[in-house]
Structures are given as structure tokens and as C-alpha cells.
Design a protein. Sequence first.
Length: 411
Amino acid sequence: MTVLIAGAGIGGLTTALMLHQRGIKACLYEAAETVREIGVGINILPHAIRELDGLGLLAALDEVGVRTRELRYLTRAGQEVWREVRGTDAGHDVPQFSIHRGRLQALLYKAVLERLGPDSVHTGRRLSGFIQDEAGVTAHFTDSAGGGEGETARASVLICADGIHSVGRRSFYPSEGLPSWNGVVMWRGATEWPVWQDGRTMAIAGGFSGKFVLYPIAPSHDGRQLMNWVVNIRLKDPQTSPPPPDSWSRPAAHARVLPYARRFTVPNFDIESLVRATPQIFEYPMADRDPLPRWSFGYVTLLGDAAHPMYPVGSNGASQAILDARCLADCLKSAEHPRAALWQYEQQRLPATAEVVALNRGGGPERVIDEVEKRAPAGFENIDDVLSEADRQALVRGYAQTAGFHAVRRV
């Protein structure tokens, strides 16, 4: 069996490593000319880190990421709604990692080149289409870097891990249209900053339509570490306004972001100075897509954001792609026929991810902040008078159970 993977992001690279570990030959095609360390921070949850540990990558993750210890949910005015320990501190056998997306991708890319060989990744090649027959699939890739002749490849299976604007997905669902935007614009950045708290703490201040996210994404050196931040603001009514044009990671001016950043408070932290010190800010619409009835058609399937793009709440986007990779590799290894493997993969992963997409649309675990702000918009003296601990726990832990990373300890 041979497998083609369109997309050398976190999902595609992890899939290649999983397949190689199981003795299945894989080859990746990436639209970018080079695999570079771009993007900002993400969190990878323990159930996904367990899969990366199974690939022998835990030590490499420790070199570039932070083992998250604590998460705090705050109102936008900085009052604490919920606090809990995470990762190994919460009883998991592996950590949660806060990490720079580009550095995680680079780590996976390096492992692919070392294990699968330097010819296993073809860059500057964008999937343009494919043809199937009774024996497999032939995929066509354009030269996205130089505009040359492109390339054609033949394999037993094609995995489309080519993101929210997936060519593979569009070929199966040509009438789907644009991603679903909820009216929220996200501004994201990262910069070197003095270590805050213990250097392993996350804070989220504010609810779904307006929040500030803060966490470190690299080990500390000389009292400083790379600090990631996000400002989310609902600017439009999504029923009447399309997503901002060309805003899928476009640069944004500090003057555009600062008025919104000033709305939030994190105790003992200077948000405005952090935003001002950030050399480059990126703008994104908060978008997802409706869950699909099918991912797999013949010898072709979808994975990661191509299959189930979701709102970035609950730290689940990249984690779910990693879980996809493990499941699909296992199915391809054990099934008697590739098409049976893709069907089994879909049966396991499609319902699970559809449920997470739905929960994220409602705010995910961060909905606990919305509930408190709705009931006490002017603040509170005692959080238990606003929303009981049992009710808060149900919102946070219920999401964790559904998404598959529940732990029981709390501080």
C-alpha cells in the first residue's frame, strides 16, 4: 500500500509518521514552497500528546514547548470564574503543551525527513484534482511555487489534509461555499516577555464575543519567554456580513487592535504593553464549517481542518487532527482493503469531531465565562452566588469528557 497526503501541516505530517511507524509508505505534497515556522501559539491536549509520545517526540516537544500547568477563566474585568490544573498536574500520564504552531510543525517535518527520507515531502505542489479507478487514485499537483508543469502521482489512497479551504473537500461538496463565520475577528501575536506567574499558566478573560487569551509557548531563558496572546471581538452580524476579505492571517496594525485589547484585564499583567511590544500581529476570522455526512469517497478521504474545521476554543483543533492521524493509520494497517479502512476511519472519527464542532460553536468550556458575565455583568462579590461550583464544573468538565481529555483534579 502507498499513501499520498495533500498538506504538510500538523495533521498531514503526523499522519505520515503514523503510517511509517506501521510500515506503510507515505508521500506528502505541500503547497508552500518551504515548510517554515509560521503562525503563533496553540495548545495540544494530553490525549493528542499521548499519540506524539508514541512516535517518540516527547523530548523534542520539551525543547520547544511549555508543559501547561494551570488554566484560569476570568471575566473580561479580571474576576476569576474557574481555575484548574492541566496535563500531568491534573493526573494525565502525559502533559498538555502550549507551543508555537510553526515550531511544532518544524519538529514534525524534521522527523518526517529523518524517518521517511528527504524525498518524502514535495513542496511547492498544490493538489488540483484526482481521478479514481478500481485499483487506486491518481492525483494531480500544480507547481504553486514556480508555475511550472506540476506533477502527477499514483497511490492506493489519497488523504486530503489541505486545510479549511481543502481542494479535496470542494471536489466532493462543490456547492458548500465559504466557511461559516460567526462575526468574530481574532488578532494574534507573540513576543518575548518577562515570565508571568510560574511560566506555565494560561489565562482566558471574557466570553465568546469578546475575550483575551494569554499563555507562554516556549521555555524561559534569562527570565523571559515567548508569550502568545489573542484578542477576539465580535464585530459583525454573520447573518448579514461575509468574512473580511483576505483576512486568513493578514497583518494588522497595532492601532487597529489596541482599543479592543484595553477592554480586558488580567491581574498583574500589562496587556497593552504586551500588544505594543509585539512586532507583528495577524488577523483571522473565527470560522468553521458544518459537519459533513461523509469524508471518504472510494480511495480518497479528508483529515484535520479539511474534514472538521472548528472554532479555536477548548484547544482542540490540532489535537483532533492528531487523533485523526492515529485512527486512520491504524485502520489502514488493519483493514483488508483500503476502502474498508477509510470507511472504518470515518465511522470512528466523523461523529466524534462533529460533536466537538457543535460544542465549540456554543463556546466550548469557555461558555462558563459567558454564563457568569450574563448573570453578573457588573461583577460579583462571590462567584458561587452567581453560578455554583457544580454548575461551573459541569460546563468545563462536560466539554472535556466529550472531547476525550477529562481529568479529575482541581486547584
